[in-house]
Every structure is written in C-alpha cells, then in structure tokens.
Design a protein around this ligand. Structure first.
Ligand SMILES: *Cc1c(COP(=O)(O)O)cnc(C)c1O
Length: 377
C-alpha cells in the first residue's frame, strides 16, 4: 500500500515472509520430533499475525489473565496459563478460558486445584519445576539463578501434587542451544523422572533459540524423540523469541544532530521506551548499513528522544553523514519490544506495521496521546 518512506516514523515493521520462515522451521521440529509447539505471548503478541501463526503452532502460553484472554480471543487453540502466583479474583476466569494451568508451587496447586476443576472439569494441571541447572548468560534472565522464585525445586516438591497434575513444566533457558537443553534435561530427569509415571506431558519451556542461524535443530529433534520414547509422554516447547526472531525492524528518523565531543543523532524513538532489552540485557542492536564506531567514515552516537541521559542505543558509523530526516533502521526489533513498551516521557508509541507476503505494507495500529493519557488519571 505504502512505500516505506511514506510511513510516519517510528514504527515496527514485521515481515510476514520472515515470520513464516520461522514458523516453517518450528513446524519441521514438530513434525520430526512429535513435540507440540506453542507461542509464548510474553515475547511476541502481534495478534494481527495470528491467522498465520496458528496455521503452524498449536496454541499459546500465557503469563496470566490478560495474555490468556488474548490467546483465547485471537488465537483460540490451546491456552496454557502460568503465573508465578495466581490471584483469588482471577483464577475462576483463567480456569474458564485455559486448557492447561501451570502452578509455580505446590501451595498454589493445592490452594486452587478444586476451584479450577469445578469450573473446568477438563482442564489439565501442571507444576513448574526448577531444575536448578542453567547456563543462562545474564542473571536478569536466568530463571534458575540463585534464590529464584520461578518453579519448584526438588527440595520443595510435594508428592501430594502428583494426584492432581498430568504434566510438569520447566523453563530454564534463555537464547540457548540444544547442548544447553541437553544439560538441563539430564538434571531434570535425574531429579524428577521418578515422578513421570502417570504424566501425560512434559513442557520444556522456552529459551530455545531454534530459528537462530547455527542452532542444532537435529539435536533438538533427537532429544525430544528420545525423551518421548523413553517416558511415553508428550513434549511441549513454548518459545517466544524464536518465533519473532529476525522478523522485522524498528524504523526511526533523525530529528537533530548535536555535538558534544562527538556527533550525536537524536532519533524519534527511544532505547528506554521502545527497545528496552538494549538497556536491560544489555545488548547492541544492529543498525542497517552501519558499522562499529570508527569503522566507517562518519561515527554518531544514536540516542533517544527522552530526558533520560542513558537513553542511548550506542555508537555507530556510516558511509555518508547522517542528516535530519534520514531513516535509521534497527534490525530484529519484533520480539520483546512492543510487548514491553512504555510511554515514558509521554513519547509516542511506535506504530505497528505489517509487510505482507506480496510486498505491500499495512499500518495495523497507530498510537497517540490517548494511549498515554488512558493509563494515567
Ligand atoms: C519467557 C518464557 C517463555 C518464552 O521464552 P523465550 O526466551 O522467549 O523463548 C516460555 N515459558 C516461560 C515460562 C517463560 O517465562
């Protein structure tokens, strides 16, 4: 519909073709391994793409009531809902719209099991385990780090749970490969396999970087197949990042260039509000047609349009000088970005746009003042 340069910035541009490429690889894993793969909404929840996503994936994993509602309304296949702790006021509605509920602790399971079963007799209950093994590179994103509240350790496992659950979940990885999964599985089996006897499924969580170049897909398939055969259970995977990985960009414009011992380009986007993991993880996002500082002829610090001093994407170099109005395109900004956005400083939320397979671009959603005001009072 529109030429890229006619779309007002900032906007996220998700490309259907790239998304489908990821989905086809995930589908290959499903077909060859027999696992079921569901989408973790926490990482990617652009629901205008769900008609495409649901052609390949079996459902969604939700982190609580709101994500479960989105899963039911917009995806409407399997809904698995997990929360570190469920609330009395929400559990009834969650039970009504979920197919699986995953409890974080035996105490939550024992507290809510009767109520949940009464509301939805067909519901499956599971307990999240903390296998206490992880090689997650960053503490902030390590679900099995020291003092983690996420999942039940062997020491805290309560055998009374076994009467009510038909699955176990673990989620121990973050952007990791099949070798790391292998390590986690070894520890998980060693400590918990004696409890598998009457279980129907084991959920291996997310954090599998399946769609990243170089991921050992065949090893993953073998691990799943061996596990399924050994224990006669179904296996679920619930990736978020691997679904949205490298499926699109955040497009911004240069608003001004200022100088303070170096050249600084102020963009109409924000690291803090629109690319939060670049500060939280932290990591350096790739910028199209750029190099490291000093690598190309013209180096700039790229910075956000908020009053936070540290709202900085990093230092990048370009072949030509940047000028006001130029577009700066951040690569791979579709997962863990708009699901986490804020309106800090009242900055405008980037629009959501979709590039269809026929090459046309459609702005799905535009945001404005009302989105800022609506969350305040
Ligand atoms: C975050 C999360 C996922 C998805 O993780 P990715 O790293 O995006 O694949 C899956 N399951 C649980 C329980 C999670 O917390």
């Amino acid at each position: 519909m529109k030429n890229n340069n006619e779309i007002p910035t900032p906007y996220y541009l998700c490309e259907e073709e790239l998304l489908e490429k990821n989905l086809m690889l995930l589908n290959y894993v499903q077909r060859e391994s027999g696992a079921k793969i569901i989408l973790a909404l926490k990482g990617f929840a652009m629901h205008s793409t769900f008609p495409l996503v649901k052609k390949y994936l079996q459902g969604c994993t939700a982190s609580g009531l709101h994500e479960a509602l989105l899963a039911r309304e917009e995806f409407n296949k399997e809904v698995h809902t997990y929360s570190p702790a469920f609330k009395d006021e929400e559990i009834a509605q969650i039970a009504k719209i979920s197919d699986h509920i995953v409890f974080n602790s035996p105490s939550q399971l024992l507290r809510f099991k009767d109520k949940v079963k009464e509301i939805n007799p067909n519901i499956h209950l599971s307990l999240r385990i903390n296998p206490e093994v992880s090689s997650s590179p960053v503490d902030m994103y390590n679900p099995c780090g020291i003092y983690s509240r996420l999942g039940t350790t062997l020491k805290n496992f309560d055998e009374r749970a076994l009467e009510y659950i038909d699955g176990l979940n673990f989620h121990a990885l973050c952007e990791q490969g099949a070798d790391e999964l292998d390590e986690v599985l070894t520890a998980f089996e060693k400590n918990f396999s004696s409890y598998f006897k009457n279980l129907k499924y084991i959920n291996f969580g997310g954090g599998h970087h399946i769609t990243k170049k170089g991921y050992d897909v065949e090893k993953l398939i073998k691990l799943i197949k061996d596990f399924r055969e050994k224990y006669d259970v179904e296996v679920y995977l619930e990736p978020g990042e691997a679904v949205g990985w490298e499926t699109g960009t955040l497009v911004s414009s240069v608003l001004d260039i200022v100088h303070n011992s170096m050249d600084i380009a102020i963009l109409d986007t924000s690291a803090e509000a629109h690319m939060p993991d670049t500060l939280a993880m932290p990591y350096r996002a790739d910028v199209r047609d750029s190099g490291e500082a000093g690598e190309k002829k013209y180096t700039y610090r790229l910075a956000g349009n908020t009053c936070l001093a540290g709202d900085i994407m990093g230092d990048y170099s370009f072949d030509e000088p940047l000028k006001v109005g130029d577009r700066v395109i951040f690569e791979d900004q579709i997962h863990y970005t708009f699901v986490k956005n804020t309106t800090f400083n009242g900055i405008k939320l980037p629009s959501l746009a979709l590039k269809k397979k026929d090459g046309t671009i459609k702005i799905i959603k535009d945001f404005g003042y009302e989105d800022y005001k609506g969350r305040l009072s």
